[in-house]
Design a protein around this ligand. Structure first.
Ligand code: ADP
Ligand code: MG
Length: 174
């Protein structure tokens, strides 16, 4: 992707020399089945704050959208959670929180990003959960929390880490 412009972030990244304390060692979890993924989602949902950015990494079928569905359901959303594969984003307003679920698997380039008006989405008020964030690096704010899924023959491994004070707070007592 060319000419990536930095995006202002509500939780600016720490300056040199600071911030190491905000980068926790990745917390590992083994999720034996879908219900374990949904339980993890529930625990995360209780810690979401407006403006928070969460990246979800992992192959197709790893459980990223399942985790988002679990979070939304935990907050009281009872509708269908669609994977925004073609629309790239699905907005929700739930429990007084604005929520944006991105799936950037099919994002082609920066032009498409700009044309869709996504730059203006990142207002620091909504909660942003982003699948395939690496397809928009430089266009999206840095993550407060990153979750990496690994597909196992039975179940999934996940590693959860924080990059900011907000992320660290979110993972406290986890
Ligand atoms: P992604 O969004 O990463 O492409 P999805 O969440 O759409 O993946 O699909 C994941 C699939 O894996 C679903 O069929 C879901 O039921 C299943 N799944 C979710 N979590 C687990 C788990 N911990 N162990 C085994 N299967 C899981
Ligand atoms: Mg998905």
């Amino acid at each position: 992707m060319k000419h990536a412009m930095p995006v202002p972030h509500p939780n600016p990244p720490p300056q040199a020399g600071e911030g190491a304390k905000d980068r926790c060692a990745a917390l590992p979890f083994f999720l034996a089945d879908e219900s374990a993924t949904l339980t993890l989602a529930q625990r995360l949902a209780m810690r979401l704050k407006p403006g928070m950015v969460i990246y979800l990494h992992g192959d197709l079928g790893a459980g990223k959208t399942t985790l988002v569905r679990g979070m939304l359901n935990a907050l009281g959303y009872t509708g269908r959670v669609k994977s925004p594969t073609y629309t790239l984003v699905e907005p929700y307003n739930i429990a007084g929180l604005e929520f944006r679920h991105f799936d950037l698997y099919r994002l082609r380039d920066e032009e498409e990003w700009e044309a869709a008006g996504f730059r203006d989405e990142f207002d620091g008020r909504s909660i942003f959960i982003i699948e395939w964030p690496k397809n928009a690096l430089g266009l999206i704010p840095q993550a407060d929390v990153e979750i990496v899924f690994e597909i196992l023959p039975h179940g999934r491994n996940v590693a959860i880490s924080s990059n900011t004070p907000t992320g660290r707070e979110c993972l406290k007592l986890f």
